[in-house]
Design a protein around this ligand. Structure first.
Ligand code: AVI
Length: 328
């Protein structure tokens, strides 16, 4: 009989108002990208993943489908597969299908409802698999709960979707070093990353013809108006996505069309004409540099699986000794 368990680590609540006030007081103005994902934002993101221009999701799924046996070969028998930011647990099926090495699946997500329903569906589809759903913020996790003896098996983390790319270098390093500490010396990490390519392809992917990405970006202003008594006029802001060559990242901005004052929970912010709010960065990687970067986090690259256009890579990482890394 397989095990189903739900563990609530009670992730800390967001500080939405403080973060918005702080970001809009900065020069240049910013808003933390995590606030793009309320329920409307998450639905808009699902629609982005279906867009013709947004190649990331489709390409990653194709790579997982084509290379699932190669990935299985890199895992140890009796693996606990831990997924960071599991959401609807769609991609994981490509790894779980026909894979006798995985004996437990541990989805981790901050959104309790979606986590539990997706985990139940997985448990239903894979009857011999132990499923331990953990409600937590994976960016701050320092240990795994001991249910199902997750760490007595061979642990591997699955972190798909190029979500790592939404972190800047120091945040990405902290996250990977955290994975390394959690996994210990025998850990594996399977990571999806988006690769550097023609900026025109990137800008199209983040500025689609139907305007879904623009709606996704502007939704953060709607959310501020609704939840924080804001009075943003959406007609006064436009969505812009541009490639920043120096930092090798796509940036999403909301640009003020005219000078204006906006009030949020009684506090006023001035916008000059053309002033931007930087809402998200999405870093694009070069495989050679990525290999160097992960070494400094205690991982070496075992394999990188890419698509024929070399747009995206699913990387298999293995723990190795690293300078300045504390091991578990
Ligand atoms: C979730 N993340 C990997 C997406 C990305 O491509 O950076 C978020 C996104 N922003 C605009 N389109 C998609």
């Amino acid at each position: 009989m397989s095990l189903f368990n739900f563990v609530d680590l009670d992730p800390p609540q967001d500080r939405f108002l403080e973060d918005v006030w702080q970001g809009l007081s900065r020069k240049p103005k910013t808003l933390p990208p995590k606030y793009l994902y309320d329920s409307s934002g998450s639905q808009l993101f699902e629609r982005i993943c279906q867009l013709e221009e947004y190649y990331l999701t489709k390409t990653e799924i194709e790579i997982l489908a084509r290379h699932h046996k190669d990935i299985e070969d890199l895992l140890e028998p009796d693996t606990s597969l831990i997924e960071y930011g599991s959401g609807s647990s769609v991609k994981i099926r490509k790894l779980l299908d026909d894979n006798p090495k995985i004996s437990a699946y541990v989805p981790i997500d901050i959104s309790k409802q979606q986590l539990v329903s997706a985990a139940r569906e997985i448990a239903h589809s894979y009857q011999n698999l132990d499923v331990i759903a953990v409600c937590a913020d994976y960016t701050t996790m320092i240990r795994f709960p001991d249910f199902g003896k997750i760490m007595d098996r061979n642990p591997a983390i699955f972190f798909p979707g190029s979500t790592l790319g939404n972190l800047d270098e120091s945040e990405a390093r902290t996250l990977l070093q955290g994975c390394r500490q959690l996994l210990g010396d025998r850990g594996r990490l399977i990571l999806g990353i988006d690769l550097v390519k023609d900026p025109a392809v990137l800008e199209r992917a983040y500025s689609d013809k139907k305007g879904v990405t623009a709606a996704f970006n502007k939704n953060i202003l709607i959310r501020i108006n609704r939840e924080l008594s804001g009075n943003f006029d959406l007609h006064n802001f436009s969505h812009v996505a541009r490639f920043n060559d120096r930092f090798q990242r796509i940036e999403m901005h909301l640009i003020a069309a005219r000078p204006q004052e906006v009030t949020i929970h009684g506090r006023s912010f001035h916008f000059a004409k053309g002033e931007s709010i930087h809402t998200e960065s999405s870093y694009k990687y070069d495989l050679k540099r990525f290999e160097q970067f992960i070494l400094s986090c205690g991982f070496e690259l075992s394999a990188a699986f890419t698509d024929p256009r070399r747009y995206f890579a699913v990387c298999a990482l293995k723990a190795c000794p690293a300078v300045n890394i504390k091991t578990a």
